[in-house]
Design a protein around this ligand. Sequence first.
Ligand code: HEM
Length: 534
Amino acid sequence: SLPVQGEGDAKEEQLKKYYIDETNTEETTLFGQKVDNTQSLKAGRRGPTLMEDFAFREKMMHFDHERIPERVVHARGVGAHGYFETYQDWSDLTAAQFLRTPNKKTPVFVRFSTVLGSRGSPDTVRDVRGFATRFYTEEGNFDLVGNVIAPFFVHDAIKFPDIIHAGKPHPDREVPQAGTAHDTAYDFFAEFPETIHTVLWALSGRGIPTNFRQCEGFGVHTYRLVTEANKSVFVKFIWKPKQGLCNLVWDEAQKIAGKDIDYHRKDLYTAIERGDYPEWEFGVQIVQEKDEMAFEFDLLDPTKLIPESIVPFTPLGKMTLNRNVTNYFAETEQVTFCVGHIVRGIGFTDDSLLQGRIFSYFDTQINRMKGSVNYMTLPINQPVVPVHNNYRDGAMQMGIPKGEVAYYPNALQGNAPRIAEKTYLDYPEKIDNVTKIKAQVPSVDDHYSQAQLFYNSLEEAEKQQLVDGARFEIGKCRMEIRERMVKILNQVDNGLARRVAAGLGVSPPDRVAENPGKTSKGLSIAAYPKPDNI
Ligand code: HEM
């Protein structure tokens, strides 16, 4: 049986059961026969190799099938284990047990990633980065699949394949293999100005972090917390690094990419090995139900953040990463984070990006796990609590369900499965009298207010960094796209557009009338520490 949470790391104990001791072993086949597989069986010294050589065939067959598809996005990543501790009992906010028992350690697994590059791409390219956390709670896995940038490019999941196709390498040349410096990305951004807020974050130092230990993390969407009494508040989840926030400058990022493509993964690994465990404060911005419509942007619009000057950050607890993985493939590659892995006391909102994600992760993982619907039984994916259901069969079924029934309700086997007293709390949100419509929340149309807010929040040196980033990245595009991007930047800030235009050979644009939907006056995004190196 697993250690009680708080008395040890339940996940580590579970994983240990699967460790395979490879020291001083004798070579065997997968079916246990001891063999010499250093030589193949031949007809005479000079061959040919015989079909009969089962050991050769098995070894080669296994090697031939070692690869699984890389993730369609976030292919390159690094993972680490750790634990989360809540600062206090947050029962007034949520029914989630892991946020209600102080001094209890909930095991976590975190995978940081770049989005666009393939599995072998360099770490320090300009990109958004993923910050995915799995909490192995006593109520099942809660996966908070976040990014290090607060807003997202598009508001509707149906646009996700487009933005990724635009950002991935050109289909004809397969270049560039990582980063966003190319025609199709900026063609899309210029066509779809709701992206500009996130594009500015990516062009700033946020797109080239110094390491993962000094990144913030954002759940991006508005979620719900739900109490036992079915009271709900809206929340944005945020991770704040105790190590501070730190970004590279472009020159450093490029040189490092040339010298050491593993820079970020080595940094995390070596920090943990030397006992310098990175920590993040986990918290929320809380919005009461009654204030759902109190903002000039819609809470369901993921292209917007909630400025911390309106809704402050409430720290809930702290996460520490203190253990490297034992095997990269078995843990970091086979972990299957999913937005749909959620626990009692946490709920979704109608954010259409979020709704689409709930489907996409399961679906892609069935492909990534080569058609097996049983991938959640892999060691890294198992929750630390028992799993019971009437799901049966499928490729790679690892368990042996006992009993004669596989349906519910049944009278033959009273435990198959009983519905627990406390199940997931589906918040009874009202959606009566709605009309089906292909549309979006109106605040998505205000593309520029928060982009301005972000730009204005930067120090002069950071503005220069953003300008340099934009010149470099957009400078890789054909002239027609440069001109369209300058027009978009001009909607954000004339000074910004002129400075970028000067580096692109584009004529400086005239000032445009103030963005009519402007909502950002006097607001600030967050009280984040400024990068140390600026
Ligand atoms: C990974 C889809 C938006 C964060 C993935 C994967 C897919 C996907 C298919 C690969 C999963 C796997 O193979 O295991 C989508 C879709 C989105 C969307 C359809 C929008 C509709 C976002 C947003 C965020 C995000 C807004 C951040 C808040 C991540 C992260 C990973 C990931 C961190 C990597 C997880 C890991 O480390 O294994 N996404 N995504 N995605 N996505 Fe998204």
